[in-house]
Design a binder for this molecule. Structure first.
Ligand SMILES: [Zn+2]
Length: 155
């Protein structure tokens, strides 16, 4: 499945505790994830304006939002318990990279924009997964393929 493109029209009628744009987008995205995921323990919990609770991990997600002619990346944060993180990202070595990459949002956004613009094409299985495999540069994909992306992406 390709990447879902959201528009501001998706926000009409959305109820969230905080009425700001980021929280409304979080609510829309949480519903989307809940429908998409199978075998995920518990429910999707977005962070809104708080930090992650002790013992949990703050995981960013990138939403592509169409605004006029532009596709903008919006970051929404999800809080995951250890069992949820394992279910979402089974590979331990990729899971260990989550906090490190969560602190590098601007670089990841540049990679997403370069992939979208066609100015960056990763080699090997990473590029193949994007071109033919139906994967898109979600945060999970970026974490899973970080060794290749880090080596090959020069901003
Ligand atoms: Zn808010």
């Amino acid at each position: 499945m390709g990447e879902r493109i959201f528009t501001l029209d998706d926000l009409s009628g959305v109820r969230s505790v905080c009425g700001c744009l980021a929280c409304k987008l979080s609510t829309v995205f949480a519903e989307y994830l809940a429908d998409l995921r199978t075998g995920y323990p518990g429910k999707v919990t977005t962070l809104g304006h708080r930090g992650a609770a002790p013992g949990t991990t703050a995981v960013p997600h990138f939403l592509a939002v169409r605004v006029g002619d532009a596709l903008l990346d919006v970051v929404v944060w999800e809080e995951m318990r250890p069992d949820q993180l394992r279910a979402w990202l089974p590979a331990a070595e990729a899971r260990a990279r989550v906090p490190q990459l969560a602190a590098r949002i601007p670089r990841l956004v540049r990679i997403r924009q370069a992939l979208r613009a066609g100015t960056f094409t990763p080699s090997g299985p990473t590029g193949a997964a994007l071109s033919a495999g139906g994967r898109y540069p979600s945060f999970r994909f970026l974490v899973e393929h970080w060794p290749t992306l880090k080596k090959e992406f020069t901003p």
